[in-house]
Design a protein around this ligand. Structure first.
Ligand code: GDP
Length: 439
């Protein structure tokens, strides 16, 4: 989403190339470029102006370090200021209360209901909370249905009162119900309208007064650009919410809202959502986002995602097999499944420093393993656990069965063989050897 901005910022730093140090004169053009790049990325004009003023002060006041070139220095200053602008550090949601009540507000179509499902999923799977989803959109039966489906998908109960048109009552009853069943978290989805309107605001405000949520979250569609920030401001004036959720960052958005919202509304951006799947939700980390905007990748998030999928017991078992040279095609399939669980491929690869830019224009499909899987699925169980027996006639049969060619089957077998060798040498390495240290 920040591709264009990343490029332009990088170019603006290059203007300083060849300069010995940063001066008022030579930094002017760079600052102008940074400001233009931000505005083109849909960052609010005033925010962009204040930002570059701040960067200028820092740059001129920065210690002159001979080891650091002005371009590098500017990159660092802009990165730190961007992180600060977006809120500095990540802010958590408040889950006090028995049950903790989280109220979800936003315009219709912003992604409220989808987010409610995702949040339920996240709290349940990562924070071991017991969750009740409440269908508070009393005007659209479809919204209630949608929430029920999402609840089913993530394995969370959905509270509804068919026929009751009073959201305050529904929310209150739901909380009583949760208490009775010892459920510690209640997420109340509310009705949205197409535009900010008084009746809608009053209705949500009434629910808020009645249930006194520990956390009120405002959901907004990133694709609406500058409007996202304006709507955020209007909702805040009325609801005084605790945090913002930006959705649809996977779409065709320039991302400016993510940068501006914090400083315009003075409320933290807490979650970003980038897809329709239930696991496409991330806690917002300003510093990591600043790194991503500057093309530095987001290795911390990458490692975290990998760790979520990593089961120590499995890993130990796998290592044993590798050492004994028993790693087979069944294990290979398992590994592919684990990588796929980590999420959208392109998103994932973009988190690795330097890679995001390189793969920007390349179509990376989540089906990149499809062919490999097809070939393995066409092997017999004996062939999978004992690849050595795959002779030319078996290869022929596998190629036919998987709708691939002999060359493709050969390629996979060769890759598999190499992977096996590399893994074995890594697995049998003594600790410390990897770093080239000598005992
Ligand atoms: P609500 O009216 O605010 O409850 O919005 P919904 O949750 O029904 O979402 C509106 C539409 O946006 C639906 O088609 C969702 O599938 C879609 N949507 C929600 N969040 C995202 C997201 O992060 N990315 C994308 N691409 N679509 C989303």
């Amino acid at each position: 989403m920040f591709e264009n901005l990343t490029d332009r910022l990088e170019r603006s730093f290059k203007i300083l190339k060849g300069e010995g140090r940063i001066t008022e004169i030579n930094v002017a053009e760079t600052l102008k470029e940074i400001r233009r790049a931000l505005i083109d990325a849909d960052v609010n004009y005033k925010v962009a102006k204040t930002f570059t003023d701040e960067v200028k002060q820092k740059a001129l006041g920065a210690n002159v370090l001979t080891a650091v070139k002005p371009g590098q220095m500017m990159t660092k200053i802009v990165r730190d200021e961007l992180a600060l602008l977006m809120g500095g550090t990540a802010s958590d949601i408040n889950l006090d209360g028995r049950p903790a009540v989280i109220l979800i507000a936003g315009l219709q179509g912003s992604g409220k209901t989808t987010f409610s499902g995702k949040l339920a999923n996240l709290l349940k799977s990562k924070r071991s909370r017991s969750v009740l989803l409440v269908a508070g959109d009393v005007y659209r039966p479809a919204a209630i249905e949608q929430l029920k489906i999402l609840g089913q998908q993530v394995g969370v109960e959905v509270y509804t009162e068919e026929g009751n048109k009073n959201p305050v009552e529904i929310a209150e009853n739901a909380i009583k119900y949760a208490r009775g069943k010892n459920i510690n978290t209640v997420i109340v989805d509310t009705a949205g309208r197409l535009a900010v309107d008084e009746a809608m605001m009053e209705e949500i405000a009434a629910v808020k007064r009645a249930v006194k949520p520990s956390e009120t979250l405002f959901v907004v569609d990133a694709m609406t650009g500058q409007d996202a920030v304006n709507t955020a401001r209007e909702f805040n004036e009325r609801l005084d919410y605790d945090g913002v959720v930006l959705t649809k960052l996977d779409g065709d958005t320039r991302g400016g809202a993510a940068i501006s919202i914090r400083s315009v509304v003075n409320k933290p951006l807490k979650f970003i959502s980038s897809g329709e799947k239930m696991d496409a939700l991330q806690v917002f980390h300003p510093e990591r986002m600043a790194d991503r905007i500057l093309g530095m990748g987001d290795i911390v998030s990458f490692v975290e995602r990998a760790q979520e999928q990593y089961d120590e017991e499995d890993a130990r078992r796998l290592k044993k097999k590798i050492v004994k040279n028993q790693f087979d095609f069944n294990d290979f399939l398992d590994q592919i499944a684990q990588i796929k669980k980590m999420g959208n491929m392109k998103d994932l690869m973009g988190m690795i420093p330097g890679v995001g830019k390189a793969i920007r224009d390349i179509e990376i499909s989540d089906d990149m393993f499809k062919q490999t899987e097809a070939i393995i699925h066409s092997m017999t169980p004996a062939e999978r656990s004992n690849p050595e027996i795959i002779n030319p006639s078996r290869k022929e049969r596998i190629a036919k069965g998987s709708g691939t060619t002999l060359a493709e089957v050969n390629k996979l077998l060769k890759q598999f063989d190499q992977t096996r060798k590399v893994m074995k040498s890594v697995a049998t390495m003594k600790p410390g050897m990897a770093k080239g240290r000598r005992k």
